[in-house]
Design a protein around this ligand. Structure first.
Ligand code: HEC
Length: 317
């Protein structure tokens, strides 16, 4: 009897080991590039530009070499009003393209075909820069349109005609650099999560994204759709400057130093740095009741890292 039990145990062990080996060996051979990208994947990819763990154009993670996302209400070439607002992704000359635009077989055959035939994406070059749009064919296949080739929208004219500009690509670099992912995930799960944090992503949403910024251990709200539940730039500004200004018990660190990092005008950066030091003292005075109003939170300069980060967060729709 004892021997028989030993044999059953051995067989069960063999089956378990065999199965796990099969999964290990054969699972990676499922061709990930055969996963069709979704419309969202195309949007994220074009918004964030070329991504890699290490980028030659941006070794210190300052957000260099990234596209700018713009919202247009008039045609940058003709100046005519557009039927509806259009989101465009502007790559100034020299900005590296996301890898699926350079390497084939990452988006799915149908999308690449439509992007080449209708969108002329293969005519775009990094040296000349380009303006991209995400469109859909009549049967609902998303594709990339190179508006520089199809509509004559140059990067400069498009930036000049933009209603709004978002430095979301550079902002994502800030998100990675500042370690926001230690606390926040960008991955609502397939559980009741969606009731609070919105639609969970599907596999095709991440074609062309590397590194993904899913996060792992969630200590703070998921941010995948945070821009949909809170689109206030003012709130974000206060919250990044000092989370306790809007959430008295928040454990989130202050990111007030991002107000002067990235600022090209050194004198201005210095001035801000000093203001922020003074701010702390004045705020303490306010907390002790020695001042009636708290000191002002300054607006982040247009080229500051804080602005990039806020742009990124607000575009997480
Ligand atoms: C130590 C953990 C921690 C880190 C690091 C952290 N956060 Fe937070 N964050 C929180 C917590 C906790 C909250 C919820 C309370 C609050 O609103 O402050 C929060 C809230 C937020 C919110 C509002 C979420 C909502 O649902 O409205 C945003 C946006 C945000 N964080 C962005 C960031 C970004 C961007 C970074 C990186 C620069 C960052 N956080 C770093 C802990 C953290």
């Amino acid at each position: 009897m004892a021997f028989r039990q030993y044999r059953i145990g051995s067989i069960m062990f063999g089956v378990a080991l065999g199965t796990s080996m099969m999964v290990t060996i054969f699972f990676p051979s499922i061709d990930m590039s055969k996963v069709e990208a979704t419309k969202y994947a195309l949007q994220y990819m074009l918004m964030y530009g070329r991504e890699s763990a290490f980028a030659y154009e941006d070794p210190f993670l300052e957000g260099k070499g990234k596209p700018i996302t713009v919202v247009l209400s008039k045609d940058p070439k003709t100046g005519q009003p557009l039927a509806e607002k259009v989101t465009a992704y502007v790559y100034k000359p020299g900005t590296p393209f996301p890898s699926p635009l350079v390497h084939e077989g990452k988006l799915g055959d149908k999308i690449e075909q439509a992007s080449a035939d209708l969108g002329k994406y293969k005519q775009a070059t990094e040296a000349q820069g380009a303006v991209f749009l995400v469109r859909e064919t009549k049967d609902g296949t998303p594709y990339i349109e190179n508006a520089t080739a199809t509509r004559g929208w140059t990067p400069e004219a498009t930036l000049a005609a933009a209603d709004q500009q978002f430095y979301a690509g550079a902002g994502r670099t800030m998100f990675i650099r500042e370690g926001c992912w230690w606390c926040h995930t960008l991955l609502p799960e397939q559980t009741k999560d969606w009731q609070t944090f919105g639609r969970p992503p599907v596999i095709g949403d991440f074609n062309g994204t590397s590194p993904t910024t899913f996060g792992s251990d969630r200590k703070a709200p998921d941010l995948f759709h945070v821009g949909s539940r809170n689109s206030s730039r003012e709130w974000m500004t206060l919250h990044f400057f000092n989370p306790r200004l809007v959430q008295p018990h928040s454990i989130m660190p202050r990111y007030d130093y991002l107000w002067y990092t990235g600022v090209k005008d050194k004198a201005k950066a210095k001035q801000l740095q000093e203001y922020i030091k003074r701010w702390d003292k004045e705020y303490l005075a306010y907390a002790r009741g020695e001042r009636v109003y708290p000191p002002e939170v300054p607006e982040p300069p247009a080229d500051s890292d804080a602005r990039k980060l806020i742009d990124f967060v607000l575009t997480l729709k």
